[in-house]
Design a protein around this ligand. Structure first.
Ligand SMILES: [Zn+2]
Length: 198
């Protein structure tokens, strides 16, 4: 267990522990399926890469499979602190990831992140919308806590960004269609993509 949860109600702790396991499983499943797709065995899930990243070339699928499996391993072993933002500081957002030190931000880009994992400080702060979001996406609401957690995890371990005006399902699909390289670095696209594999 690598989540360090503090100051959260017990229902929230249970939800986060479930999400943690679900996220690792979804990332591993996605990685395996993207690996198969890269080797020419296209399945229904290959389409998810088209929808959210606008690319199904073998090179991209291979890189994607690697990033997904790296994220699963890192979430499994790295300590990630999660806490609710103090009430007075809570903003109208889902969550934000706080990366305290520059070197912790840079390390995820290196080739051997697992071996240099010790002593890093990763933190996710939960805000107003988190507490109103469904745990998993629903037909009416794709912005789930699962999606949010993956969004933040992608900032931490894959160095994704919040591209300007790039939040929400519709915008993310347009990004994938017309600006694939931007979609690939946009945290929301990663969140929606990974939830497809839950
Ligand atoms: Zn973000």
């Amino acid at each position: 267990m690598s989540l360090i949860l503090s100051g959260l109600p017990s229902t929230e702790v249970t939800i986060l522990q479930t999400l943690h396991q679900n996220l690792i499983a979804a990332l591993r499943k996605a990685s395996n399926e993207m690996k198969l797709a890269a080797n020419g065995q296209t399945t229904q899930s290959t389409g998810f890469s088209q929808t959210w990243f606008g690319d199904v070339s073998p090179n991209w699928l291979r890189a994607l499979a690697k990033d997904l499996s790296k994220s699963a391993s890192l979430i499994n072993v790295m300590p990630i602190k999660i806490h609710a933002a103090p009430l007075s500081e809570r903003v109208d957002a889902y969550a934000c990831s706080l990366i305290k030190r520059k070197e912790d931000q840079e390390y995820a880009r290196k080739n051997n992140p697992l071996t240099i994992a010790k002593g890093k400080h990763f933190e996710i702060e939960l805000h107003k919308k988190w507490f109103k979001a469904p745990v998993f996406r629903t037909p009416n609401n794709p912005d789930s806590r699962f999606q949010t957690l993956m969004h933040e995890i992608s900032h931490i371990f894959l160095c994704t960004k919040d591209q300007p005006s790039s939040e929400g399902v519709d915008t993310c699909k347009l990004l994938a269609q017309f600006l694939s390289p931007v979609a690939k670095t946009n945290a929301d696209n990663w969140g929606y993509f990974v939830e497809e594999f839950r």
